[in-house]
Design a protein around this ligand. Structure first.
Ligand code: CP
Length: 317
């Protein structure tokens, strides 16, 4: 694996999931694999879990880590090619990426969609610039379209926690006071479609996710019906597609509550966090023993470790 930006970069998903689960058993089993190698972590947006888990994963492999908040720690970047840079941008992204490639061995980047224009967000220009100009492997820490480290983690959870051969996995939209990206939901769909599960996505009309990631998923507009006999309920809010980037009516009847969970087959509850408690999901569901939210947090470390280890092994082939 040279880069890690989507499930499409992974030739053997099962192998990568199992590699992550092996690191969970023994985090320091390859403690010197990354000795004298440097991971650069670039953030254009806030992060708690991705920042902590990826840095910890790199340390588990003996790597050095350089962490940069691109908007505050470095020069203001110009993203467009061919621009006459006589306004406020100070360094072209092409030059910045070449500089980072000089000092580091793996580059990782988090960007965030602007939530103004769905098709412009879908172009994922920042990640594509990194793939175009980097001389070293690139890892997405979440892009304008996908969040592969979160999704690999979620697939590790489905693999580890399933009690039947083909569980029913429900991705449900949830209310949120802000317009939030479709990224995690699209990414979860992209990866879940590679798993041997019965996959149902439920959301109000007008919140349709990106067709290219839906494959065989069943779309069910009735949330109660979707939740029936579910084994896993993945809760996530995302912005309306019809009114992209705008705050929608709260649809408070879509909040995942203890009563809604009674429709399921004692399902586990998942959420990538951060979560708006008592808006997306109630406290009693999030704090119930069937909630996997902190288990997801822990496995983020080993998902990142599996990816880093694979790239350290094969990234320059
Ligand atoms: N789930 C997730 O990616 O969290 P952060 O945005 O805090 O990294």
């Amino acid at each position: 694996m040279k880069n890690f930006t989507s499930v499409k970069d992974v030739s053997d998903i099962k192998y990568l999931i199992n590699k992550g689960l092996e690191f969970k058993k023994n985090p320091l089993k390859n403690a010197y694999q990354g000795k004298n190698k440097t991971l650069c972590m670039l953030f254009m947006n806030p992060s708690l879990r991705t920042r902590l888990s990826t840095q910890k994963a790199a340390y588990n492999l003996g790597m050095n880590v350089i962490n940069i908040n691109l908007n505050s720690d470095s020069w203001k970047l110009e993203m467009e090619d061919g621009t006459i840079m006589n306004f406020d941008t100070q360094e072209h992204i092409k030059d910045a990426i070449k500089v980072i490639s000089t000092y580091c061995d793996i580059i990782s980047i988090r960007s965030f969609p602007e939530l103004k224009n769905r098709s412009i967000d879908g172009e994922d220009k920042i990640l594509k610039s990194f793939l175009k100009y980097a001389d070293i492997p690139v890892i997405s820490l979440e892009s304008n379209t996908l969040h592969p480290l979160q999704s690999l983690t979620d697939m590790m959870i489905l693999t580890e926690m399933k009690t039947i051969r083909k569980p029913k996995v429900v991705l449900t939209w949830a209310p949120h006071p802000k317009a939030v990206p479709q990224v995690v939901a699209n990414s979860f769909a992209e990866w879940t479609n590679e798993m041997d599960v019965d996959f149902v996505i439920t959301h109000p009309k007008g919140f349709e996710l990106d067709e290219q990631f839906m494959h065989n998923a069943t779309i069910e507009y009735n949330q109660d019906k979707a939740l029936e006999n579910a084994d896993f309920v993945y809760v996530k809010s995302w912005t309306s597609t019809e009114n992209y980037g705008q705050v929608s009516d709260l649809h408070s009847d879509w909040t995942i509550t203890k009563e809604k969970m009674k429709l399921t087959d004692n399902a586990y509850v998942m959420h990538c966090l951060p979560v708006r408690r008592n808006v997306e999901v109630t406290d009693e569901v999030l704090d119930h023993p069937s909630s996997l939210i902190y288990h997801q947090v822990k496995l983020r470390e080993f998902a990142a470790q599996a990816v880093l280890s694979e790239i350290l092994t094969n990234g320059n082939n």
